[in-house]
Design a protein around this ligand. Structure first.
Ligand SMILES: Cc1cc2nc3c(=O)[nH]c(=O)nc-3n(C[C@H](O)[C@H](O)[C@H](O)COP(=O)(O)OP(=O)(O)OC[C@H]3O[C@@H](n4cnc5c(N)ncnc54)[C@H](O)[C@@H]3O)c2cc1C
Length: 421
C-alpha cells in the first residue's frame, strides 16, 4: 500500500481539472507537481459561467441539432458562429458530432455523464472547505427560462433525459417566475428550476484558492510546457517539457483544449476541438439575478459573481489560434439587457470587461478519462467541453483512484480514448 500512495505524480495543466486531480492525489499521500506554462486558472477555467450543474447530462449534439444550425448561423445574435476559413479543418469533427446526435447515443451519453456530474456540489464543497474558500460556492439552483410554451416543448427531449437520470425539476409559470426572480423580463413565461445545482461566484478565485492549498500541502508548480513523455517500455520515467525532463512515476494530462498533441504522442488520436466561448461582465450592475439563469433559446447564462454580473455562452468554431471576435461578447450584452430590463441601456466602458476561452470539446460531449494507449502510467483527464467546472471534482477523484491502483468509483468505460478508434 505504501508504494500505492507515495508516487511522484506530474499533473499537466493547472485549470480546474488539473487542480481537482492534484488535490485528491495529495490526499492519497502522493508527491504531486503541476506543469503549467501560464498563470494557473487562466485557461477556460477563468471566465466560464461558474455553474456546478449536476443536471448537465445532455450533450451539445442533441437530435435535430443539424436542422437548427442554419438558423443559428444566419442570426447575428445567434448562439453559434463559424469562421468559414476553418470549415475544412473542422469538417471531420462535425461529421462525428452529427453521427453522435442520435436519440439512442444521446441517451447513453446522458447515462454516462450523470455519475460524473451528479455529485459535483458536495464534492466541490469538500475541496473548497479544505481550501478555506467555501464562501465562493453557493447552492441556489439553476433556472432555465423560456419565452413560450412552444420553446419549452421543443426542449422536451432534453428535460426527459434529465428526469430519466434522476434530476428533479420544478416548473414555474409566468407569475411564479416573477416572484422567484423579479429581475427577469416579462417576456419569459416558463421557468424550470433545478435545485440541486450550484455555482461559484468567482471561478478564478476558486481555482486560485485550490492552488494555494496545493502549495501549502507541499505541491510544486513547474513553470513549463509539456510536449511529450519518456517511456522505458510501457513504464513512464519523465514528462518532457521545454524546461527539461521532469522525473515522474505517473502523469495526468489535464491540458484542456491543448491536450490533443500530448495524447497523439502516446498513440491516441482524439478528435479534440475548441468550442470557443465568450463572456461579458458588468461591474456594479443596476440589477443582478439571485439564481444563475440560462436563456434557453439564446443559450447563454447570467451568473451573479462577486466581481459583477457575468453573461457567458455562445459557441464559435474557429480553432485555437484565431484572434477573438469581440462582437460575440457584445452580442451577450444586447441579449443580457433584454433578459434583465432593469439594466441600463448604456454602460461606461470601464465597467465592462470581455473574455474569450477554449472549451475542450469532443464530438460526443464525453470527456476523455483513463489510461493512454502507450502507457498505463499516463492518464487522460481532459475534453470536458461545456461542463468542465461541474465534472472536475469527480474527474479528479477518478484520477486519484486510478493512480492509487483502485477501480474508479463510477463506470469510466464510456470515457476511454479508444472509443475514437
Ligand atoms: C463561456 C464559457 C462558459 C462556461 N460555463 C461553464 C459552466 O457554467 N459550468 C461548467 O461546468 N463548465 C463551463 N464551461 C466549461 C469549462 O470552463 C471548461 O470545461 C473547463 O474550464 C476546462 O477546464 P480544464 O482544466 O480542462 O482546462 P483549462 O482551464 O483550459 O486549463 C488547462 C490548462 O492547461 C495548460 N496547458 C495547456 N497546454 C499545456 C502544456 N502543453 N503543458 C502544460 N500545461 C498546458 C493551460 O495553460 C491551462 O492553464 C464554460 C466554458 C466557456 C468557454
Amino acid at each position: 500500500m505504501a508504494a500505492e500512495s507515495g508516487r511522484r505524480v506530474g499533473v499537466i495543466g493547472a485549470g480546474i481539472v488539473g487542480l481537482c486531480a492534484a488535490l485528491w492525489l495529495q490526499r492519497d499521500g502522493h508527491r504531486v507537481f503541476l506543469v503549467e506554462p501560464g498563470t494557473p486558472g487562466e485557461g477556460a477555467s477563468f471566465g466560464n459561467a461558474g455553474c456546478f450543474n449536476g443536471s448537465s447530462v445532455t450533450p451539445a449534439g442533441m437530435p435535430g441539432v443539424v436542422k437548427q444550425v442554419p438558423r443559428w448561423l444566419m442570426d447575428p445574435l445567434g448562439p453559434l458562429a463559424l469562421r468559414w476559413s476553418y470549415l475544412p479543418q473542422i469538417l471531420p469533427y462535425l461529421v462525428r458530432f452529427v453521427r453522435s446526435a442520435t436519440p439512442e447515443k444521446v441517451r447513453a451519453q446522458a447515462r454516462a455523464m450523470r455519475p460524473l456530474v451528479g455529485p459535483t456540489v458536495p464534492l466541490v464543497r469538500e475541496l473548497a472547505k479544505m481550501a478555506g474558500a467555501d464562501t465562493l460556492v453557493h447552492q441556489r439552483g439553476h433556472l432555465y427560462v423560456y419565452r413560450s410554451a412552444e420553446a419549452l416543448a421543443k426542449d422536451g427531449f432534453a428535460w426527459a433525459l434529465r428526469r430519466d437520470n434522476g434530476v428533479e425539476v420544478d416548473e414555474f409559470d409566468a407569475d411564479e417566475l416573477r416572484q422567484l426572480e423579479p429581475s427577469l423580463s416579462r417576456e419569459y413565461v416558463r421557468g424550470l428550476l433545478v435545485r440541486e445545482n450550484g455555482h461559484t461566484s468567482n471561478p478564478f478565485g476558486l481555482v486560485s484558492a485550490f492552488v494555494e492549498l496545493f502549495l501549502r500541502q507541499g505541491g510544486e508548480i513547474v513553470p513549463a510546457r509539456a510536449f511529450g513523455f519518456r517511456l522505458d517500455g510501457q513504464r513512464l520515467t519523465a514528462i518532457a517539457t521545454d524546461r527539461g525532463d521532469q522525473p515522474a512515476d505517473r502523469a495526468v494530462i489535464c491540458a484542456g483544449a491543448y491536450s490533443k498533441p500530448l495524447a497523439a504522442s502516446l498513440g491516441d488520436r482524439v478528435p479534440l476541438e475548441t468550442e470557443r466561448g465568450y463572456h461579458l461582465m458588468i461591474r456594479d450592475p443596476e440589477i443582478m439575478p439571485r439564481i444563475p439563469t440560462a436563456d434557453a433559446d439564446g443559450k447563454f447564462v447570467a451568473t451573479p459573481m462577486d466581481t459583477g454580473l457575468r453573461f457567458a455562452g455562445t459557441v464559435e468554431l474557429a480553432g485555437l489560434d484565431a484572434p477573438p471576435n469581440w462582437r460575440r461578447s457584445q452580442i451577450l450584452l444586447a441579449q443580457g439587457r433584454r433578459m434583465l430590463p432593469g439594466l441600463a441601456k448604456e454602460h461606461a466602458e470601464e465597467r465592462i470587461s470581455m473574455w474569450m476561452g477554449h472549451r475542450p470539446a469532443t464530438p460526443d460531449s464525453l470527456p476523455v478519462i483513463g489510461p493512454s494507449r502507450a502507457s498505463p502510467d499516463v492518464l487522460y483527464a481532459f475534453g470536458h467541453g461545456h461542463v468542465g467546472m461541474t465534472a472536475a471534482p469527480m474527474t479528479g477523484k477518478i484520477v486519484a483512484d486510478l493512480v492509487g491502483g483502485r477501480a474508479a468509483s463510477i463506470d469510466i468505460a464510456p470515457f476511454a480514448a479508444s472509443r475514437f478508434g
